[in-house]
Structures are given as structure tokens and as C-alpha cells.
Design a protein around this ligand. Structure first.
Ligand code: UDP
Length: 432
């Protein structure tokens, strides 16, 4: 009851101490110092406490918990995500069992549309990843069966040497880059319409300059299935992602949180408590900034929010996410939060007439969101990884510290496996 019972729709208020930016009111001695209150930090704090009774202090430079998963109720009453749409999907049973401990979930199949010029240059709203409907609408074909769709792909795709069928993960390593991945799955016409320019906008690189893994994140189907993901479990937390973090962290006396705290400033000012292992989840190159090595490349997103007062039929667009893959528009996609099923009751009941949009503009500067997977960056990351390996008393975990384009479920699995590993190697002995 205490975990799921409270009826608040949005984030719970945090205490003055938590918000203070001051570690002097935190315990003077903890087993773990955790840098970052995102998925990786939260999972490790929770596991170490529940299974081993270990104490931790989590610090984060932001003014909220939840990392980039943070969602909240915006001024009109809609649930919105501060750092863009987060759609949970997983095939890992361990992850699904773990996350369902901290929230009720509502099944939600994510569907994405793209506004794409057809062969005559007229913009059409079509499913992404491409389906029969996408091909029929853009190229005026009349494909009706899976066999015909397979045939269309067979005629269009350009295979790299050694491939007889469209590449899927795993097997990525043999594909030189994301251009090869896309061409060998969908051929040059769909590649140009849907992937090439979107990728340039998102990464400021063409697919040929990125690892194949970036493109292989999306499924490629011959069916009419127009879901964005094919995973076994696809759902949204009933009261938002932030509530999950609250349920993991706030009711546990072993866990102390201090927000508005910069790790490096506190460390350099000698203001960290006495601690055992450090769990560092920030960018790995920031941790080793004093080594004078080149910085790793990350992409950020600038969200331009817009409130639309009275959209027709209550919505601005047909789907939660509409992609704009053509180069004539600067942004990559528009997210309309009202479409998700875990909106507060007032929204579900139609009491809120307006709708909130977030236009996403990709950016080289700003908070790092995405590592940029390509050979040059991977090579530089390897150098950082070696430094990390040799750094005593610190575990580097998560998307930014591992420089890996993790989905939420992969980040959770990675943190759970890190926990197993630290436990097995005796690095998680309570010191109190
Ligand atoms: N992508 C694309 N066109 C689309 C959707 C995706 O070219 O309409 C490419 C693009 O390079 C993008 C990558 O596929 O960065 C991965 O897409 P995903 O939706 O997984 O990106 P995320 O949600 O992580 O931003």
C-alpha cells in the first residue's frame, strides 16, 4: 500500500535537506557514494541496500531525481518528460520483474509516424519503421502480402558482400556503418526518404559515419505490424517514471540523496563524506578531465515546448511521436505527450482541452544525452575505459560512463549485472 497507494499524480515534494545542495547534513560515513540519481545510480543504491544492507549517499547536480527519465505534471496538468519521450520496452525477464516491483505498469505499444515526401514530393504521414503502408503510400505500389513486401525489399536492397539476407542484431560487427545497414535492409529509396537526412539532423553525421548499431536499433519488417518496438513487454509506469525512482529510493533509511550537488566541486573542496566504493554514472571523460585527453563526443537535444490551446479533436497530431525525416525542416521530431496512456485522470477524462508539444532540435552542446558510436569515438573511449579499469575504488556505470547507447532496459540490466559482479568480487562489503 505504501508503495503504490498514494494518489499523487506527479513527483512528490522532496525535503529541504535533499534539495539543499549541502552534504553537511548527510551521514558522515557511507558504504557507497553514488554520483548520479538516474537509472544506474538508483538500481545500485536499491540493490546494495535491500540485499546487503549497505548505506549510500546519492548526489546529483540536477534539482530532481530520475536522470533523463524524469517526468512531472506541467502547468496545465499533463504528464510531460523533461528530457524527451521515454518508452519502456524489454525482452529481459529479469528487468521486467525488477521494474514491476516499483510501479504498476500499463501496456502501451509505441507507434511512430513520419511526415515524408512521396515520389511526387507531396508530404505524407506514414508508419516508421516502414511497413507495407509506408511503401505503398510513398511509391504508389499496391503491395498486399508479406511475400510481395519481401519481394519489394529483395529488389531494392543493396547487400554488402557476404550477406544473403537482411542483417539483424547481432552480427553488427560485419557491417561497416549505418548506411550499409540501412541500404541492405530497405534499399536506397527508403534510405534517402527516411534515414539519411534524419540521421544527419540528429547526429550531424551521415549514416556512413556512424556504426551500424545506430540504424539497427529500429526493426525492419515485411508485415503490417507498425509498432516501433517488437519487445515482449512494452508499457508505461502508471504514475510516471519519477514515481519509480521515489519508490526505489525515498522510503529507504539506508539511502540519502542530495541534489544540486556537483561531485567534482564537493570532491575538490573535501566535502564528501567518508565512503567506500564510488559508483560514478556521469560522462567518463569528465571524470578524467585532468588527464588532458581529447573530449568524447556526445549529442544533446534542445526541446522547444509549445502549448496548443484548442487543437481539433483534442490532439495536434495523429501519434505521440511524428518524425520529420526530410532536410527542409530543422527539427527531428515532435512529441505530443497527451497521447500516452499514463496521463493523469483529468487528461484521460477529456477535462484538459489543450495539448503540449515538444519539438526536438539536436545539438552538439548542452547536457550529454547520446554517445556517438563510430570507430573514432570507440577508440578514444577505449583509452578512457583503460583509465577507468585502473582507477581504484570507483565503478563506472551507465550510458554516460560506459559510453554506450543503452535503452532504459539495457541500462537497468547493466546496473543489475554490475551489482552481481561487484558482489561476487567482494567489492561490496558493508564498511559501517
Ligand atoms: N532514424 C532515422 N529516421 C527515423 C527514425 C530513426 O534515420 O525516422 C535513425 C536515426 O539515426 C536515429 C536512429 O535511427 O538516431 C535511432 O532511432 P531511435 O528512435 O532509436 O532514436 P532515439 O529514440 O534513441 O533518439
Amino acid at each position: 500500500e505504501s508503495l503504490f497507494g498514494d494518489k499523487a499524480e506527479g513527483p512528490l515534494p522532496l525535503s529541504k535537506d535533499v534539495m539543499s545542495g549541502d552534504t553537511s547534513t548527510a551521514p558522515k560515513k557511507v558504504d557507497l557514494l553514488i554520483v548520479g540519481a538516474g537509472l544506474s545510480g538508483a538500481v545500485l543504491a536499491e540493490r546494495c541496500s535491500k540485499e546487503l544492507g549497505m548505506t549510500s549517499l546519492i548526489i546529483d547536480s540536477r534539482d530532481h531525481i530520475g536522470g533523463n527519465c524524469y517526468d512531472y505534471i506541467e502547468s496545465h496538468g499533463l504528464r510531460a518528460s523533461k528530457y524527451g519521450a521515454h518508452l519502456f520496452h524489454t525482452n529481459f525477464e529479469r528487468v521486467w520483474e525488477y521494474v514491476t516491483q516499483f510501479s504498476e505498469w500499463e501496456p502501451f505499444d509505441h507507434r511512430v509516424k513520419g511526415l515524408v515526401p512521396d515520389k511526387d514530393g507531396v508530404k505524407q504521414l506514414v508508419p516508421i519503421p516502414p511497413t507495407m503502408e509506408t511503401v505503398n503510400t510513398l511509391f504508389r505500389t499496391s503491395i498486399q502480402t508479406e511475400e510481395q513486401m519481401a519481394e519489394w525489399y529483395a529488389q531494392n536492397r543493396v547487400m554488402p558482400a557476404g550477406y544473403t539476407k537482411a542483417p539483424e542484431l547481432p552480427g553488427v560487427s560485419e557491417l561497416a556503418n549505418s548506411e550499409e545497414a540501412a541500404l541492405s535492409r530497405v534499399g536506397p529509396e527508403l534510405y534517402d526518404k527516411i534515414f539519411k537526412h534524419y540521421t544527419k539532423k540528429q547526429w550531424d553525421k551521415y549514416p556512413s559515419e556512424l556504426d551500424a548499431s545506430v540504424m539497427l536499433r529500429l526493426p525492419c519488417r515485411t508485415t503490417t505490424d507498425d509498432r516501433y518496438f517488437g519487445d515482449k513487454w512494452q508499457a508505461l509506469p502508471k504514475r510516471g517514471y519519477t514515481r519509480i525512482f521515489e519508490n526505489m529510493l525515498l522510503h529507504d533509511p539506508n539511502i540519502t540523496i542530495r541534489l544540486n550537488c556537483d561531485f567534482f566541486q564537493l570532491r575538490d573542496a573535501g566535502k564528501l563524506p567518508e565512503h567506500g566504493l564510488i559508483i560514478y554514472t556521469g560522462p567518463i571523460d569528465s571524470y578524467f578531465a585532468q588527464q588532458g585527453m581529447p573530449k568524447l563526443e556526445y549529442r544533446s537535444i534542445i526541446f522547444k515546448e509549445e502549448w496548443v490551446e484548442e487543437p481539433q479533436d483534442g490532439f495536434f497530431q495523429e501519434a505521440m511521436v511524428v518524425n520529420y525525416p526530410s532536410p527542409d525542416v530543422e527539427f527531428t521530431r515532435i512529441v505530443e505527450y497527451k497521447h500516452v496512456i499514463n496521463q493523469p485522470t483529468a487528461v484521460k477524462n477529456g477535462q484538459i482541452k489543450g495539448t503540449l508539444l515538444a519539438k526536438e532540435f539536436s545539438s552538439a552542446t548542452g547536457d550529454p544525452y547520446y554517445p556517438v558510436p563510430n570507430p573514432k569515438n570507440n577508440e578514444l573511449y577505449e583509452k578512457y575505459r583503460k583509465l577507468a579499469e585502473a582507477e581504484p575504488g570507483v565503478a563506472f556505470v551507465g550510458r554516460l560512463a560506459s559510453y554506450k547507447y543503452f535503452n532504459m532496459d539495457q541500462a537497468i540490466l547493466n546496473a543489475l549485472e554490475m551489482f552481481d559482479n561487484l558482489k561476487e568480487t567482494g567489492k561490496l562489503e558493508p564498511k559501517r
